[in-house]
Design a protein around this ligand. Structure first.
Ligand code: ADP
Length: 529
């Protein structure tokens, strides 16, 4: 079957009532209709669902959609059913169905009524389902939230690792569509590899959210008062306040309420009824603020969330981006305010201590990135986008002035000589060290690794002594963002020179360095965790 552009437009109008595709949607849909393996990377709210829903409705056969969350699947199925008069057009296949419901789903698929079948990855492992699906006409298989396949994503789910084998058993030639809102190059690579679709056509939308304002404040013992003040200044607006622990969620929700804010708590420890009630209150604007753990948010489609506050810094930049991304989805104002104290990082590190070593190393590497993000004084937008493998023009780019650092710039100074020194150390030590060892080498501090490579005996050992560790660490981060160095992910952060870095050593150029924020890390009286 072939479709032309008019077919696509009229299908969009007919099924969804929209008159135009957004961003890359049309190209993605064409790729799927061409039966190509397709990989879609779009930020949350970018309109990913439509990318597979529309071709599913247009194609012969049933599209299988793998999704990790049962609640989300239900919402999607209800939405599809509401635009079509045929109930069987979309189904969920999961363990909660009884025998007759399963029979109904199977009959609808066999009779060609069902266009979209949502399944959780664990249901797909059932022999009975695989055997059944093998005998059916399957149009394509969509893997939603495909980052769940990667340990480097923010939501690793081991069941996702089996998907490739199962897909093969259902049908070798079925096109696969992977979709995710996680844009780090490492996660992308993992997805393509694990789904066996290295030949996929890849569509990546920009991750820039120009309407979001990013701000980090030091976390002191007055954090609650500060949050109350902020919320009151924004009274009547919808907002989410994320806390790490359930206890803090309860306490802060109550404190806000006492202060006249219509706030409700939300966390996985509340019973399902209360959770649903609080979520509805937020959606229906009977509550302005939800104080929540990260259990809240996946699949919440409230376009006019005006602020997202992080009482505790999240465990990775992806999590920060996902959670702040719930603000301003309508394109309007969205203030993202996070409180940061290094003590919170230590706390997050402690949480990881019981986990397998590889997982700990990954967790640690991700934490280092969020520390760098919090402490940086360069454009926060540039920092985030660089993390996602995207260049950003900090002068003319969209939303360039939308963060605390850009609005209140710190003094810059010429650091050409220091940059050269640092790059030379990377070069002379043979590109084997992570940031910590490089900084130690510059400041003349040895450790076991440095001694084992005899770096402490080299003439350049201690050659950057006139600056302290913090200075050098800040410089490493800024050079990484500028692209003269890169961090090797496979090795959890070994620093390598880029081609630009190599030519900088030969002919150094001006490099204006901004010093990082210095947050009070050690004074226990002022830090609340
Ligand atoms: P994602 O899965 O990428 O987070 P969704 O698929 O939930 O995003 O889409 C976000 C919102 O955008 C939804 O409310 C959806 O109905 C809407 N949307 C998607 N495509 C279009 C379009 N072409 N025109 C108008 N609205 C759209």
């Amino acid at each position: 079957m072939s479709f032309n552009e008019t077919d696509l437009q009229s299908a969009l109008k007919k099924y969804f009532g929209f008159s135009q595709f957004r961003g890359l949607q049309e190209s993605v849909i064409k790729s799927i209709l061409d039966k190509q393996n397709t990989f879609v990377i779009m930020p949350t709210g970018g309109g990913k669902s439509l990318c597979y829903q529309l071709p599913a409705l247009m194609c012969d056969g049933t599209a299988i959609v793998v999704s990790p969350l049962i609640a989300l699947m239900k919402n999607q199925v209800d939405a599809i059913r509401s635009v079509s008069s045929i109930e069987g057009i979309a189904h969920v296949l999961n363990s909660s169905l009884n025998k007759s419901e399963i029979k109904r789903v199977k009959d609808d698929i066999t009779n060609g009524v069902t266009k979209l079948l949502y399944v959780a990855p664990e249901s797909l492992t059932k022999e009975e389902y695989v055997d059944f699906l093998k005998s059916q006409k399957i149009s394509f298989l969509a893997v939603d939230e495909a980052h769940c396949i990667s340990e480097w994503g923010h939501d690793f789910r081991p069941e996702y690792r089996n998907l490739r084998n199962i897909i093969k058993r259902i049908g070798e030639d079925i096109p696969i569509i992977g979709l995710t809102a996680t844009a780090t190059p490492k996660v992308q690579e993992d997805i393509l590899k694990n789904l066996g679709m290295s030949n996929a056509k890849t569509f990546k939308a920009s991750f820039n959210r120009p309407n979001l304002f990013y701000e980090i404040r030091p976390k002191t013992k007055n954090v609650d008062a500060d949050i109350i003040r902020f919320v009151k200044q924004n009274s009547g607006k919808s907002g989410i306040v994320y806390c790490l622990s359930r206890k803090r969620v309860e306490e802060l929700a109550q404190t806000l309420e006492v202060n006249g804010v219509r706030a409700v708590p939300y966390h996985a420890g509340l019973d399902a009824k209360t959770r649903a009630k609080h979520q509805d209150m937020f959606l229906m604007e009977d509550a302005d603020v939800v104080v929540a753990t990260i259990a809240f948010g996946m699949g919440i489609d409230k376009p006019d969330v005006r602020f997202v506050i992080h009482h505790d810094i999240p465990k990775s930049i992806e999590s920060y981006y996902q959670e702040t991304g719930r603000a301003g989805r309508d394109g309007g104002e969205g203030h993202c305010l996070a409180y940061y104290a290094y003590k919170d990082i230590e706390k997050l590190e402690k949480f990881m201590s019981g986990k397998p070593i590889a997982e700990q190393e990954i967790g640690h590497a991700l934490l280092q990135e969020i520390v760098a993000f919090a402490e940086t004084s360069i454009s926060r937008r540039k920092f985030i986008l660089h993390y996602f493998g995207e260049e950003f023009d900090e002068v003319n780019g969209e939303g360039a002035d939308m963060d605390d650092n850009v609005r209140n710039p710190k003094k810059k100074h010429e650091a050409k000589d220091e940059v050269r020194l640092l790059l030379e150390v990377v070069n002379k030590t043979g590109e084997i060290y992570k940031a910590k060892e490089l900084v130690n080498t510059l400041t003349g501090k040895s450790n076991a690794l440095i001694i084992s490579h005899k770096t402490h005996e080299q003439s350049f050992f201690g050659s950057g002594k006139e600056n302290n560790e913090k200075y050098w660490m800040a410089l490493v981060r800024q050079i990484l963002v500028s692209g003269l160095l890169r961090k090797d992910i496979e090795t959890y952060g070994i620093i390598k020179l880029t081609d630009e870095g190599k030519s900088f050593i030969k002919s150094p150029k001006s490099f204006m360095m901004t010093e990082d924020h210095v947050y009070n890390e050690t004074n226990d009286d002022t830090i609340v965790t």
